[in-house]
Design a protein around this ligand. Sequence first.
Ligand code: GLN
Length: 536
Amino acid sequence: MKYIFVTGGVVSSLGKGLAAASIGTLLEHRNLKVQLQKFDPYLNVDPGTMSPYQHGEVYVLDDGAETDLDLGHYERFTNCTLSQLNSLSSGQVFENVIKKERRGDYLGATVQFIPHVTDAIKEHIKQASEAAPDTDVIITEIGGTVGDIEGHLFLEALRQFSLEVGRENVCFIHVTLLPLVKAAGEIKTKPTQQSVAKLREIGIQPDIIICRTEHDLDEDNRRKIAMFCNVPVPNVVAFRDVNHTIYECPLDLRKDKIDRLVSDSLGLDSDTPDLTSWQGFVDRLIKPTHKVRIGVVGKYIELQDAYKSIYESLTIAGAAHDTKVKLIKIDAEEVEKKGVSAISKKVDGILIPGGFGERGVEGKIIAAQHAREKGIPYFGICLGMQIATIEFARNVCGIEGADSTEFNKEAKHPVICLQEEQQGVVDKGGSMRLGDCRSVLFSGTKSAELYGNCTHIHERHRHRYEFNSDYQDQLQEAGLVIASVSEDQGLVEIIENPDHPFFVAAQFHPEFKSKPNAPHPLFSGFIKAALDHRLS
Ligand code: GLN
């Protein structure tokens, strides 16, 4: 097995995750089997309990691991399906080491950062490789920036690791920034030199340097970086700002043949990549024939990253219909205050994403009602499904006071509530339904048609509250259709309103299972409906 370690220098937010994902894409196109992994130096055990303001979205895997949004890029850019082995934070490492110490596993030894913590980190890479023995290359991205105190142990572990598995089996890639100093009209290489020097100080000599640059990288600068950073000139690779979409990143990195450099450096025998279909996907994204406007009504609407996978899934589904998706971000609290006037008249579809807590909920209910009454395509995701249920109960069935016990503990009609066995669980991470669940799909429903009439589906979950089956009959008699229930417990998974061009809401998160080569059927159906709505 071969290993690629991607570190970052100079500043954060350089697109290191996208670089790692893009290398994954390119290697897969060379017919190699890849796996990606992210190490985060923060002390949270996982991002599950972090605020979206801190962290952007929490990306959920099949096995229920709550991870960094970069894992979303990894899964969308490649064909791999990741697990908890593909994500590691300092919090997790320390938790494990201290648990072992308490159990007496260290047999009385003094437990130290080196070797015990570094061993735990190396062990994680080994576990990931053992779990998928047919993998050719594991790409590990290290969060943070070289020089951060908290990242030091990870880098030390990687240095040791490369020594143990053989330097020829490891490729270190360092991503840095080439700033343009406007006054001098010059691109500066000094920060890159210094960041590589920092890396070499701890014993890591990068094999490839990826230079993030607004423009291009000329020969002089390439040579300068190569000389000061001790790498061959071709191993200095430009990573330019892409014009239109992040899916251009692999194509940009391919210009400097990064995949061949990696492949050669690891001594891999691999094919020249055929990127025709990826290029086709990018072309459809850049020059679409149609356009739709999708209103997303949410609580963290001003944050670029809070609904990352949803935005990506909309874009991907748009490409499948040769359609550009223009996002109209609508603040749920604005709708609460101003009513439907806060929803742009020109939306062709309304999507309500997942969310926690009471803030903005009544605004979302107004938006769902508006979509239902005006025949605007509606797509509810997780909380968006619970909102649709409450709205239907209140305004179609006339159940006054219908609510979720998440927002109103004393709700007279808790149409959404906790399951019996969840009551009394206080640990925030403890009571969630997380990860993959197999569900039955009922034939004759809109969803069954969209999923290609399969009988079962697998989707990922991240929520506490459920559709309350005590109200099921009443809601169904009023016309609500239940299109899917979980196979084990019969929990409601998808609801639909058939008296409507497209009103579908899912308790799970379809946005975690949408890829360029496999747009999610529900997103695809939603975009198609929005397009029909626009053209009608
Ligand atoms: N807050 C809701 C619940 O816990 C919905 C969660 C979500 O949208 N991810 O059930």
